[in-house]
Design a binder for this molecule. Sequence first.
Ligand code: ADP
Ligand code: GLC
Length: 490
Amino acid sequence: MNVLFATSECAPFVKTGGLGDVVGSLPQALREKNVDARVVLPLYNCVPGNFKEQMKYIDHIYIDMGWRKQYCGIFELNYNNCIYYFIDNKFYFNGDKPYDYIHLDCEKFIFFSKAVLSILPTIGFRPDVINCNDWQTGPIPVFLDTFRDNPFFRGIKTVITIHNLKFQGRWDLKGIKDAMGISDYYFTPDKMEYFKDANLLKGGMVYADKISTVSDTYAVEITTPHYGEGLDSLLRARRGDLVGIVNGISYDDWNPSKDGYITKKYNSRTFKAGKAANKAELQKEMGLPQDPNKMLVGIVSRLTDQKGFDLIAYKLEELCNGGCQIVVLGTGEEQYENLFRHYSWKYSDRFAARITYSNELSHKIYAGCDAFLMPSAFEPCGLSQIISMHYGTIPIVRETGGLRDTVIPYNKYTGDGTGFSFANYNADEMLQCVWNAMDVYYNDKDAWNGLIRQAMAADYSWNVSAEKYIDMYCGLTGLERPKAADLKKN
Ligand code: ADP
Ligand code: GLC
């Protein structure tokens, strides 16, 4: 079974959020289950040089983009037992970050999407399934429909995985039509038109054989107007083709017992000494008093309203005066960056923020904190709370999307649970939930340590979810579950 992941992000080459983690780890998990999974992504300028040096040039072709013809170099890298194809075009991919203004991004990912299909005859890999990810690859199923007379492409199935329905790649219909160079037939309201604009994600959702998203709860939520971002009616119409599969994490990248970034490695038996040492080091690094007894709450996030920062902003004064220390790592919207800068200045003895992107510091926060706050307005899956639990850092979350599916709320009667959660998008509820967590932390250490053990013992690997992806691919293609010999042949 051959599966090609088309993506705009893939760790460790390029990552701005969870999409990078997922495409950086799911293909490997599938390969361990004998699927020949490979990945194709843009060769951005910001891909680290050490990877670029190891890449092998395969060939180049030209892509028709309406009236333009664009160069498309093809590079290959064998990394971590998986094959990655990189699409080279200096005009589109020359920025120091993967994303730019939306109108520029629409054209560049239209180019990328067409390139993904166009390179297939050249690279000698015919996928049974192309797994597209988010709006940047939405045009692939649409282009595939226009390629249907070519026998090479006949029978290739497509899945579009929605990691975040909020981002859809919407732009002026004329501009998109011009860049895609396909007929007016595709730009009606039942296809790519969206309130007189064009919508690339919608194109993918109409033409893909299957739509998946990254948790069961989000798969249900997005069929409602509240979470549907204007596409809920389409999702209701395609409900039979919509599936939710929760994300896992890579135990190679995220593992407190072999994490090279943290001061002291630990596991579910040695977490007391391990977390205490990492906490002391984190407090020092963040310029906070090294108090082992103060509850330390962490946040690692894109600073956007999705993540519930309006609730945090509303209650930050009370949180800062409530008897804990808080550390924040993130970049994003200016209002939240400035809010956190202000509180770092005002409460420098208990609040510390680093307005930057740092993989290394994120590991130290996951390991060194006692709790992790993530009160999202919506959350397709969320990896930060999963990583936290794996590091024995107790998440405090809102019950939405993947947060609801991955965090088991603490039950004070049985001691069960892996975190704390609240239901409504309401700042008072969030604050009460933090107080509840704090109460257990300060007044019932046995219960708190039980939560840590339970959180660390749970299975967040790709094992189960990768099987579900395989079920989905088998259902689509009619192929049998792959066996060991199938992968060795390639
Ligand atoms: P999303 O994809 O919506 O941003 P997820 O929780 O799925 O949310 O994934 C976020 C990923 O990005 C996690 O691996 C998290 O550690 C990482 N991350 C977010 N912000 C930063 C940052 N400022 N520095 C380092 N890593 C970050
Ligand atoms: C998106 C979502 C996040 C999810 C990630 C990976 O960025 O916001 O909830 O975990 O994609 O699927």
